[in-house]
Design a binder for this molecule. Structure first.
Ligand code: SAH
Length: 393
């Protein structure tokens, strides 16, 4: 669906799929397609669905809970590890159900702050990137929600090749599971801020969040989960009505509609006022304070006038602003403002009583901006073997 990408070379807006049409248009979107010849994606099933499935195989319902715990608590890599399940049952599962298990292909550990970046190969050969960040409050994982992205933000490396496909709930979960297994350390926090636009993969995202916070799984508190969006208005409103306790982060990056259009093609689809209304609605429905992300780009959106306009926009909102020094990518000319300019921007916001932090860069020594590690890997493998640019096979 190349024509669906915001990331098309001339950056013209060409439209978003209706939520209900995504599955058909993007392919490989659903975790269970309902097609008779396709296997069920077992790690994306809820306990209730699993119970039905297990009964349909002629097994006792309690086997479902055992199976669920093997997948979501003991983090089994395959059916073979599930030693308290009868062998014949495991054979049936192998025959009828697909078991998502990501293959780590690269792991880089920062010598500066212990941040780790991972590249994982999916069952179909696509490659995705995830990050582990170590904080005083616990370990936080940043996951990808799509292979590539079609939102086209000008400063973002993840969007350059457009969107390949959505990730299934199990593929989102397994990024967390692999990292917890590989480090042997509990993951307590999660951010959906890697490659992809999570609200462009709404149904799978929602199921992923439910499974991740489920008490029979890793049971990560919803309050420790942040989902970042470039601002798909209808789906922000839908998410608000789910009344989850997760934090929503909105990628703002500009203080006017016109300037936002220069940086984010999605602004051709949604007016800034409508995006901010949806954010207010999110707060009303959930009681969760909004986070706004604002990437500071030298000479583009970093002036005192920009800061002033921003305070006007967010007046009266219960929110927090994360200022992110733009992470320069090879393909674009964007640069970080001077430290002094960033401090002045922050001070101006603080003067108006806005909560603001300048985000600390994590893992500076192990490949820069979001999506850069994956891009580097893909061009290396492509150069050496002339293979599929989206894959590791
Ligand atoms: N699609 C989602 C989440 C993915 S990106 C979104 O747009 O929010 C997570 C955050 O990193 C977003 O705020 C995004 O705009 C920002 N980002 C991406 N590339 C960046 C770069 N090179 N420098 C600074 N911030 C970047």
């Amino acid at each position: 669906m190349k024509e669906m990408n915001f990331a098309s070379p001339d950056m013209t807006y060409v439209g978003l799929a209706e939520p209900g049409r995504q599955a058909a248009e993007l392919g490989n979107t659903g975790f269970m397609t309902g097609k008779a010849d396709e296997k069920c994606d077992i790690k994306s099933c809820t306990l209730e669905e699993l119970t039905e499935e297990v009964i349909s195989f002629g097994e006792k319902p309690f086997r479902a809970k055992q199976l669920y715990q093997w997948m979501h608590q003991k983090l089994a890599r395959s059916y073979d590890e599930m030693t308290n399940l009868p062998k014949a049952f495991r054979e049936t599962l192998r025959e009828h159900c697909e078991y998502t298990s990501l293959l780590p292909v690269e792991r880089r550990v920062s010598k500066i702050d212990g941040t780790e970046k991972y590249l994982f190969c999916l069952n179909d050969g696509n490659v995705i990137e995830s990050v582990l960040m170590r904080y005083h409050f616990g370990n936080s994982v940043c996951i990808s929600s799509q292979v590539g992205c079609r939102m086209g933000c000008r400063f973002c490396a993840s969007t350059i090749g457009g969107l390949t496909r959505n990730l299934t709930p199990s593929e989102m979960l397994d990024q967390v599971y692999c990292i917890q297994r590989m480090t042997g350390e509990r993951v307590s926090h999660l951010v959906v801020m890697g490659t992809g636009e999570p609200l462009d993969n709404y149904d799978n995202l929602l199921r992923f969040l439910q499974l991740l916070s489920d008490e029979n799984g890793l049971h990560i508190s919803q309050r420790n989960i942040t989902v970042s969006t470039c601002g798909l208005v209808e789906n922000i409103r839908r998410l608000a009505e789910e009344r989850l306790q997760i934090t929503l982060a909105l990628s703002l990056h500009a203080s006017s509609q016109e300037k936002r259009k220069e940086l984010m093609p999605v602004a051709y689809r949604y007016e800034l006022d409508d995006v901010l209304d949806a954010c207010r609605y999110y707060f009303e429905q959930t009681g969760r304070r909004m986070t706004f992300e604002y990437s500071l780009v030298g000479g583009v959106n970093d002036t005192q006038a920009d800061a002033g306009q921003l305070t006007g926009l967010l007046k009266g909102m219960n929110c927090h602003i994360n200022l992110i020094p733009v992470n320069p990518i090879r393909e674009r000319e964007f640069v970080q403002p001077d430290r002094r300019v960033m401090e002045a921007f922050k001070n101006k916001l603080e003067k108006y009583g806005i909560n603001v932090t300048i985000r600390r860069e994590m893992g500076r020594d192990i490949a820069g901006a979001c999506g850069q590690l994956r891009k580097g890997y893909l061009s290396r493998t492509k150069d050496s073997a002339g293979e599929d640019p989206n894959g590791c096979t």
